[in-house]
Design a protein around this ligand. Structure first.
Ligand code: UT7
Length: 425
């Protein structure tokens, strides 16, 4: 009988010594994390080498010899390098916002021409009157580039000064993620860019994630983009869902600041996969019509079918119940962490799903209607874009001013939900 070597007990198992990612400088043979950087002992393998972080003094500086060696091996895909010396803080300030929506507008009246509904039903049950959907030339990427440009302009930050670009989306133009395309088109040569998927909660999760990169990673300028195009996944014959959604993108620029300037005052983030059944866009695996390999040549390998996605399916009533129960809890949790109560907030900015949800949540939190930001009449539910889109409009119209405290909360598929209490400016 074969014997198996005894597995080490958890007590006796010791992790191999791993060089700290937080140490100052990089010694040969170490793996360092910043701006997609992997390095082994030979300069032959340096990829996109650019900066070294010291967590002790939060000083991010360029190691010139590292850069030189990196340049020697620079290929088509390397960062441009050429970075200035930076000293960054641990707090994050919200210093820029931008948004973009497609030109194509679908009103309730127009919708009622192809599904059995009416302007009255939609506006009374949801508050929505119009939505924008992708038209010719529009993509999640193009909208995100436009929204990001506006945020950079407001923040007076150049594209090459961006260190991280987080694209919060569940509907990228490429299954592998669209953030690097947004990065490329914006000219953010020095940024690390990747996607974050959490449906309608994506932006709140991305915002908090961005602050962690600033606090723990020495990043200075972070673009957080929320963008979605659910019009691509909606069943346009299902009146229970197609009336709700629209496409858009919104972006915020977060900048490293001192601890006492920190804009993120508190947060509370949650998820529960048990609720997936109430809202999902599932993968639809087509069966391969050709005979299986086993039948044709004796191989056990069966060619997988080509995958696509089903249309969005939702149990509206359940999602509604979940939202009005769970959202006030996380807002209260985040306020508690911030040492605040609902009277201290200037604005309540919820994911723009349904006016009745906004009203019910604000009632439960005893927040008066005049403090509730709502623009869903014009855009419907734009998923991850809804919060930055509404915030951008409120900032640009002068409604939200520097120093205002905004309680944000996202909720949706996953299920995921969460709240972040932020200070604008
Ligand atoms: O990002 C998060 C994602 N989702 C949400 O936040 C959605 C949350 N849920 C909701 O917003 C609401 O549940 C909906 C707006 C989706 C639906 O409103 P409801 O008040 O829950 O309506 P219902 O589904 O209970 O439908 C009531 C009636 C039904 O007719 P009967 O059975 O009473 O005769 C529906 O067939 O309204 C009918 N109906 C419609 N009638 C005209 C459903 N959709 C429509 C429609 N137009 N578009």
């Amino acid at each position: 009988m074969a014997t198996t070597a005894a597995a080490p007990t958890l007590r006796s198992w010791a992790a191999p010594a791993v060089p700290s990612l937080r140490g100052a400088g990089i010694a040969d043979g170490r793996v360092s994390f910043r701006g997609a950087q992997w390095r082994v002992s030979s300069p032959m393998y340096v990829l996109g080498c650019r900066a070294v972080m010291s967590a002790e003094n939060r000083d991010v500086s360029l190691a010139s010899s590292e850069l030189e060696r990196g340049k020697q091996n620079e290929g088509e895909f390397s960062h441009s390098g050429g970075e200035q010396r930076r000293r960054v803080g641990r707090g994050s300030r919200l210093v820029g916002s931008g948004s973009a929506v497609p030109k194509t507008l679908i009103s309730n009246e127009e919708l009622s021409k192809f599904v059995e509904t009416s302007d009255e039903w939609i506006s009374v049950r949801t508050g929505i009157r119009n939505r924008r959907v992708l038209g010719e030339g529009d993509t999640v990427t193009t909208l995100s580039v436009e929204a990001s440009r506006k945020a950079l302009e407001m923040a007076n930050v150049k594209p090459e000064e961006v260190d991280l670009l987080l694209l919060c989306t569940s509907t990228p133009d490429d299954l592998f993620g669209s953030a690097p395309q947004v990065q490329k088109l914006l000219g953010c040569h020095n940024a690390l860019a990747f996607d974050l998927t959490a449906a309608c909660s994506g932006f709140v999760l991305g915002l908090v994630t961005a602050t962690r990169f600033i606090r723990g990673g020495g990043y200075k300028n972070v673009l957080v983009v929320g963008a979605d195009a659910l019009s691509r996944y909606v069943d346009w014959t299902d009146r229970g869902t197609c009336i709700l959604f629209g496409d858009a993108s919104g972006a915020l620029l977060l900048q490293a600041a001192t601890d006492d300037q920190d804009s993120l005052l508190g947060f509370d983030l949650r998820s529960d996969g048990n609720g997936q059944k109430h809202l999902h866009v599932k993968i639809d695996n087509e069966e391969d019509p050709s005979p299986s390999g086993a039948e044709s040549n004796g191989s056990a390998f069966k060619k997988p079918g080509k995958a696509s996605y089903e249309c969005l399916q939702m149990n509206g009533k359940e999602v509604f119940r979940f939202a009005v129960r769970a959202v006030p809890q996380v807002v209260e949790g985040a306020l508690q962490e911030a040492g605040l109560s609902s009277e201290n907030i200037d604005w309540l900015l919820l994911h723009q799903a349904n006016q009745r949800i906004l009203d019910s949540v604000s009632d439960r939190l005893h927040i008066p209607a005049e403090k509730v930001i709502s623009n869903l009449a014009n855009y419907g539910n734009t998923s991850a874009a809804s919060i930055p889109l509404a915030l951008d409009e409120a900032v640009r119209s002068g409604k939200v001013k520097a120093g205002d405290v905004v309680a944000t909360a996202g909720f949706g598929a996953g299920l995921t939900w969460g709240s972040a209490i932020v200070k604008w400016g």
